[in-house]
Design a protein around this ligand. Sequence first.
Ligand code: MN
Length: 238
Amino acid sequence: MTQYNRRQFIKQGSQATLAAGVGMSILPNIASAEIVNTYAQQPLPYAYNALEPYIDATTMDIHYNKHAAAYAKNLAEACAAENVNTQTVSLDNLMQSIGKYSAKMRNNGGGHFNHEFFWKCMKPGSTGGPNGKLLTAIQQSFGSVDGFKTKFADAAKSRFGSGWAWLVQTPNGQLVCGSTPNQDNPLMDISELKGKPLLGLDVWEHAYYLKYQNKRPDYITNWFNLVDWNFVATQFVS
Ligand code: MN
């Protein structure tokens, strides 16, 4: 181990062990390990009506208390049935080995992770846009912030059926937009799109149908007003 790698290893702690094991420089040393890494559903960080007029209070209430709560509950059941020790196996690490578990674990583990992440991707009131190193990376990858929004929106619009759109940082450090089906996410070993999630958008109909009905593109366009760019910056590894 070189001096540099040794320093990195110490800095990154035990997560680096697995990163080295799977040959990825960014995964899974991810900031979200500290931010979104609990099996219990966390309190919504704002009121149900705080995201209006872009997302209505009823949608948020049902989304958080029914859909997301069910994923957390069913994940707990799957962990008990499949002997996952939630005290020692981090949620991130569960995602990275999800292929060896049941469909129930995959659907609800992904569902729980994705929703906990999603709530944090949004914030009432504008946070402006990306800045600093994140802005530079977005400009390098997509030409401009508008170029990024177009790519992200395309990924969200073209996901057939239920799923998620993502901005991810790939293991080689590139930023890419893509989508995953159902409740899969880019941390999962079985996912086609792989990387560290920086931003995620729920495009299941339950996330928007009460207000937008079939108009998913309108939901996506409006949703950009809610993005918490400070949160995205905390997920970005510069
Ligand atoms: Mn949802």
